[in-house]
Ligand binder design. Structure first.
Ligand SMILES: [Zn+2]
Length: 311
């Protein structure tokens, strides 16, 4: 079982107090990275990886979300396909690529139990100007024909919102959502992951914070993410593999409101880590996920929670 946490806008910068990742201690991130989430050190073990992977992908210019995420979720080099890095929402060519090669789709077609753990607000789908303005994850989930979780799922603890605690949603468009402690959100995500072969969850918090588009400081943002990861790590079953990566740098460099050229972190924690050892850039993630799933293929006799008994 594999849980993929996609953090939008996280790069590996230097271990320097100006870097929010090095400014204070984050216990869960330290556990996952063997120290701060910075560029100076690596972990290369069969069950634990931490290092940087290239997000520039051989194309000039700053890495951006639409091309970077398409690459992560398909294994196809999005910037090379477009001849440039493209921000925000995937273009027609990127959408076509996702429709064909979404890792969620491929995993589902191979018989794995796949889910996207984020919840979507009721307002998301009715926004008049929405049209084709969906992020790559949304397209990847559509390509797989998977259900989108909603606020009912959030109320039942069966989804995690992109802002983790609902604080940002409550302050603007969804005051009805109850506050959820970040540790509890992490526990919920772990339980979802335990019931599926492949679970995806994404947050744009680091990217929005790096672009100064939310009220939280970088440290406040990272403290919430870290507390969520703390709750997750204490609840995730030992047979689960946790993958964390990003599409481009941003939050690690407060000297700019934009993206960076820094490598994206590759964190893999758990028995499937060895399948990610050869990954050098964003194109390697989707194939490694599928390989990891194939090697951990569920036996026919799963219990009612979907947990494997014998393998
Ligand atoms: Zn991004």
């Amino acid at each position: 079982m594999l849980l993929f946490i996609f953090l939008d806008g996280v790069g590996l910068g230097p271990n320097h107090p100006s870097n929010p990742f090095a400014k204070t201690r984050y216990p869960a991130l330290e556990r996952l990275c063997g120290g701060p989430l910075t560029a100076e050190h690596e972990i290369d073990r069969a069950d634990h990886l931490f290092r940087g992977i290239d997000a520039c992908l051989g194309v000039e210019g700053l890495p951006q979300s639409a091309t970077g995420q398409t690459t992560l979720f398909t294994g196809v080099n999005g910037p090379q396909l477009e001849g440039m890095h493209i921000s925000a929402f995937p273009t027609r060519a990127l959408r076509d690529t996702i429709a064909k090669h979404s890792f969620l789709k491929k995993a589902k077609e191979s018989g794995f139990r796949v889910t996207f753990a984020n919840a979507y607000s009721p307002y998301y789908w009715t926004r008049a100007n929405r049209r084709n303005r969906h992020s790559a994850t949304t397209w990847a989930n559509m390509a797989a024909g998977l259900r989108f979780r909603d606020f009912d799922d959030l109320a039942r603890g069966r989804a995690v919102y992109w802002d983790i605690t609902h604080e940002l949603a409550r302050a603007s468009y969804a005051p009805e959502l109850p506050y959820v402690a970040p540790e509890r959100a992490g526990q919920r995500l772990a339980r979802l992951a335990a019931r599926h072969d492949l679970t995806l969850w994404e947050t744009f918090l680091p990217d929005l914070c790096g672009h100064r588009r939310i009220a939280w400081s970088p440290v406040e943002t990272l403290q919430r993410i870290d507390a969520m990861l703390g709750g997750l790590l204490e609840t995730l079953p030992p047979q689960a593999t946790l993958l964390i990566t990003s599409d481009h740098g941003n939050l690690e460099d407060p000297s700019t409101k934009g993206h960076t050229y820094n490598p994206a972190p590759l964190i893999v924690w758990g028995p499937g880590a060895r399948h990610f050892r050869q990954v050098n850039d964003l194109t390697g993630i989707a194939p490694a996920i599928l390989e990891c799933l194939r090697h951990g293929r569920p036996s026919a006799d799963s219990d009612e929670n979907g947990l494997r008994r014998s393998t």
